[in-house]
Design a protein around this ligand. Sequence first.
Ligand SMILES: Cc1ncc(COP(=O)(O)O)c(C=O)c1O
Length: 358
Amino acid sequence: MTRAYNFNAGPSAMPLEVLQEAQAEFTDYKHTGMSIIEISHRSAEYAALHQETKDLLRELMEIPDDYEIMFIQGGGSTQFLMTAANFLTGGGKAAYVNTGVWAKKAMAEAKYFGEAYEAASSADRNHCYIPQEFTIHDNTCYVHLTANNTIYGTEYPAFPKFDVPVICDMSSDILSRPVNVADFDLIYAGAQKNLGPAGVVIVIAKKAFLAKARQNLPTMLKYSTFAENDSLYNTPPVFCIYMVNKTLHWIKNQGGVAAVAANNAAKAQVIYDAIDGSNGFYIGHADKEYRSRMNITFNLADKELEKDFVAQAKAAGFIGVGGHRLVGGCRASAYNAVPMEACTALAEFMHSYQKQHQ
Ligand SMILES: Cc1ncc(COP(=O)(O)O)c(C=O)c1O
């Protein structure tokens, strides 16, 4: 079997053990004689899986009891509008920290529901840093943060504190490092980077915050529909949740979130060292203190070489190292499931490419 060195930005590498387990039981889930995707979401087998997935998340992320865990479809992009539909209420305003494309898209959706403004922005330097000063207006319903900026490769080293509720998009770094859930009123994360296939979003929300949500909304746009029905008002994305369950077990077997975080830091460092030790052949995009451990973004000093670098990397088995179509350059995404071995191999490839071309 050949496995690629998979640096895709999402959907992205999954732990091999998880894929193999799913494969082994795909046609016969727990001796039912049926696949997990062939059984009712009201069955005892699925009910146990659903509950266990929530329990594992609660355990691994140390989610307090006064927080609801929900599984919602529609991707992170639907959360952009759902957060605003539910919480931009009463003629208030919503504050957005503009750290790049996803933050901007979230803010654009909020404008359908009320006034949304930038509390801070890193646009002046092409989003290579995380702002540290914020302007929060009176009558602000919430501030929205993007924990990790997948496209630009920046990440909050520590989260700022605010006097207003905090909503955070953790789509590209959930479970990659410990976070204090109690610092947030609502966290959302699409599964397709660190948790499983595209198709489910994990939403973790403080019950007291949910109580403030607007209720005159269509059924499927209300968080209360999910919270009050244990995310089983309609058919949940069973297969996605099943895969998330397996990935959570895998994280637990790695030693939990702290162990995974230490590994992630070491993995990213190997690639950043290749950049920093290249005498300017490779140039990191993000300011050092805001570097993402998940998405490592860089350019080649000689722009002409970039396409060739990406093509040569691909030929050598390194998939997904081209930058996002909106910004270009190069990006290696080293999510939880990307092994150290892949990062070391990429760093070696970068060294040898440099030797041949400088
Ligand atoms: C940080 C972040 N938020 C939101 C999204 C959008 O997610 P989706 O494609 O699930 O709508 C992405 C996608 O890559 C992302 O990286």
